[in-house]
Design a protein around this ligand. Structure first.
Ligand SMILES: [Cu+2]
Length: 457
């Protein structure tokens, strides 16, 4: 989790390492800023162009641009990166400008946009601008609408950001390998009128997944479905930053899914409405309240809610195995099996052997020896003990009286006296149990055979 100090450090790091591709190209190609931090950068206040309310990319950053003759010029560099998935685990990924995912691109409806893409990968690539209305030849499908960008080459894309919304970008060349290695980024086109769809806090992130063997660093790019590292913007809990909001803020969270399965994202303590997809905004009359939104593969969902309840609220994928980090598969269900005697015998043969699961899956504070560069399956320390979560889990921290634009982690919530579930130490109340056998009804019920036992079946 990003502390106040780390957060500010990350902000400063965003601009460090800015470099030009080559001196000869200096005049023609804008700088390609690099990001060295996996923390959440503060919103990038637009220094020029039309005004807008910037987004905050969770565990990410926004790409600065250069304004040239009224055109917003960006420079993405596709390259191998080392991404910290969470403290204790780094991965060799492919991304853009130093990180995976790449930086968020923010523009305004009607902006003319020019994006230089330099390929520093060992294979050809391209970028598809998911959700944009653009000339066919700018759509980025290698072989279909353009030649693939060979290693070492720079291509330029140019189009007008025609409609406001939340979009994504990713390669459309050797996708299984390149998306499986982490090549993707978010794109936000803000409305022309900043008052339209305005909220107090606006977050964006992508969902992705990797298959990295415990002890390994590089994803297996031949994996089709059996991924084991489930990430929010290439971060797994407890590496995910919390989303911080002031009480009574209207909060938007834009979530794109570029993994290979769906993710039902669930909020605690609040309800939201789905206000947008990557197809555009949903008319208010067509929205309904929800506490879980299923985000399908290749989809984006923007949700909005009134953050009226102070606290540290879990926000996570509702698939249990997506809120865990890598584990060995083929673990048998041992609930209720007392295998202490067996464990002792195995320990004579295999020192350090640990049996798991006789009291459920909880590690209960026990730690198996882990290979290097491997996250515990369930981790995270909370104010009341182990959180036992991993993967696609984070928190929404709602607090009274935060300053506008203050996204720093406020620490753990201090609960008002008498508002926390507690141990009961008085006399236990009588336990009401379901009857062992259902009471026989007085009248025959059409679907129930009576009197003949099971013999008539
Ligand atoms: Cu999920």
């Amino acid at each position: 989790m990003t502390s106040r100090r780390n957060f500010l450090g990350g902000a400063g790091a965003a601009m460090v390492g800015a470099s030009l591709v080559s001196k000869a190209a200096a005049a023609a190609i804008p700088e390609a800023p690099q990001q060295s931090s996996a923390g959440t950068a503060p919103p990038l206040i637009p220094p020029n162009g039309r005004p807008y309310n910037p987004v905050v990319t969770l565990n990410g950053w926004t790409l600065p641009w250069r304004m040239k003759d009224g055109v917003k010029e960006f420079h993405l560099v596709a390259e191998p990166v080392v991404r910290e998935i969470a403290p204790g685990m780094k991965a060799n990924l492919w991304g853009y400008n130093g990180q995976s995912p790449g930086p968020t691109i923010e523009v305004v409806e009607g902006d003319r946009v020019r994006i230089f893409v330099t390929n520093k990968l060992p294979e050809a690539t391209s970028i598809h601008w998911h959700g944009q209305f653009l000339p066919n030849g700018m759509d980025g499908v290698a072989g279909l609408t353009q030649p693939a960008i060979a290693p070492g080459k720079t291509y330029v894309y140019e189009f007008v950001a025609r409609h406001a919304g939340t979009f994504m970008y990713h390669p459309h060349a050797d996708e299984m390998a390149q998306i499986g290695m982490g090549m993707m980024g978010s794109w936000v086109t803000h409305p022309k009128d900043p008052r339209q769809h305005a909220v107090d806090r606006d977050f964006v992130f992508l969902l992705n997944a990797y298959d990295i063997e415990p002890g390994g660093y590089t994803p297996n790019v031949n994996t089709m479905l059996d991924f084991n590292i489930w990430t929010i913007n290439s971060r797994a809990f407890p590496g995910t930053d919390p989303m911080v909001a002031r009480r009574d803020d209207r909060v938007r969270i834009r979530i794109g899914n570029l993994s290979m399965t769906n993710h039902p994202f669930h909020i605690h303590g609040h309800r939201f409405e789905i206000t947008g997809t990557d197809g555009g905004w949903i008319p208010p009359a067509a929205r309904w309240p929800e506490v879980t939104v299923d985000i399908g593969v290749g989809q984006m969902r923007a949700i909005e809610f009134h953050a009226d309840a102070p606290g540290d609220w879990a926000f996570h994928c509702h698939k249990s195995h997506h809120t865990m980090n890598a584990m060995g598969h083929q673990v048998p269900n041992m609930i209720g099996v007392d295998h202490r005697g067996v464990a002792r015998k195995i320990n004579d043969l295999v020192p350090g052997y640990m049996v798991m699961g006789e009291k459920g899956g909880s590690m209960g504070g026990m730690r198996m020896p882990l290979p290097e560069n491997t996250l515990p399956m369930m981790d995270g320390k909370g104010p009341f003990g182990e959180i036992e979560m991993g993967g696609m889990f984070t928190m929404i921290k709602v607090r009274e009286g935060l300053a506008r634009g203050d996204y720093r982690d406020p620490g753990w919530y201090e609960h008002p006296a008498g508002t926390v579930a507690r141990e009961w130490t008085g006399a236990p109340p009588e336990t009401v149990r379901a009857p062992a056998t259902p009471a026989a009804p007085d009248e025959p019920v059409a679907t129930v055979k009576r009197g003949g036992g099971h013999s008539g079946h």
